[in-house]
Design a protein around this ligand. Sequence first.
Ligand code: NAD
Ligand code: TYD
Length: 337
Amino acid sequence: MKNILVTGGAGFIGVNFVRMLLNETDDINVINYDALTYAGNLASLDDCLNNERHIFIHGDICDINKVEDTFERYSPEGVINFAAESHVDRSITDPDIFLKTNIMGTLSLLRASRKFNVKRFLQVSTDEVYGSLGLTGKFTEATNILPNSPYSASKASADHFVRAFNHTYDFDTVITRCSNNYGPYQFPEKMIPLCINNILKNKNLPVYGDGMQIRDWLFVKDHCTAIWEVFNKGKSGEVYNIGGSNEKANLELVKILLKILNKPESLITFVKDRPGHDRRYAIDNSKIMSDLNWKLSVTFEQGIELTVKWYLDNKKWLENVTSGAYQNYYSNMYSNR
Ligand code: NAD
Ligand code: TYD
């Protein structure tokens, strides 16, 4: 048995990844280390909590003592760092926690990983570190790092620390940079689940600015298989971009969701734009496809149908995460728009 430390394994992508590892391997123990912030939810792992290969540790990646205790106790062979503050809008109102978790937290994991002889550290990063594209072109691994939001600035900084640990200490690291994920268990502060939740409640769909910003949507399960390929086969010191080959303008995306759920386009409401809003993201996938033989398993049409169905089948999960603190978040974020 190998121990793999997964941080942020109670968040959206983390729960999909942890479940994939438990279901699709039989020789890996998953040490799931998560602070359970507003975005972390153990109910998303209810079918995994009794699995003896899943060990959950409630801890903050910035708490170096707890991090070191965990490394000492479980001697992980590898670390996959998903833990982060992940929402751009929150980073605009409150950047400090992004600096702390995304930069200081990554540094504390890198330090402990070296100290306890971890064989490989994978940093889950984002295409947002590259900034914004014009009408043409795609982000490659060689694109300049030009982050525009406090969120992407913190992720870019973390990437630089990972790279520096590789260069300075010859420590084995890989970085993945993916496009916007969608799929089961995503917290409804992000565009797709927010719209699904609002459509189900007949509430307006807040489209920022002119709605012509473009994102390259990636089904979360395809992201998880890509991370696992990079972790197992990627070359130390390298970056791998992961995209969905699926660019959609926000307005088009919202119309697709309304059509699937059979609701009128009159629910669309144009609201004040996000400050510094990146216009277009698009990923060039060719490196991971040719070097590691990774491929997408679903089309956007299949992925979005599966996603909407998941939210319809899991209304209780949605009710639980949108009660309480979410109501305050929503009214603070959207009342002045
Ligand atoms: P999420 O916000 O859904 O989950 C983040 C998880 O990290 C939560 O479980 C939270 O409790 C945990 N966490 C936060 N601060 C922590 C801390 N200090 N210590 C320990 N745990 C902490 O995020 P996600 O969408 O699952 O994203 C996972 C990773 O993927 C992040 O690093 C994010 O930057 C990156 N990413 C996400 C997307 C996307 O579309 N969701 C796109 C590109 C990159
Ligand atoms: P989001 O899901 O927040 O991801 P990111 O900002 O990391 O790309 O947003 C996706 C796109 O949808 C982005 O262009 C912002 C836009 N958006 C809206 O138009 N309205 C909303 O209420 C939200 C949350 C996002």
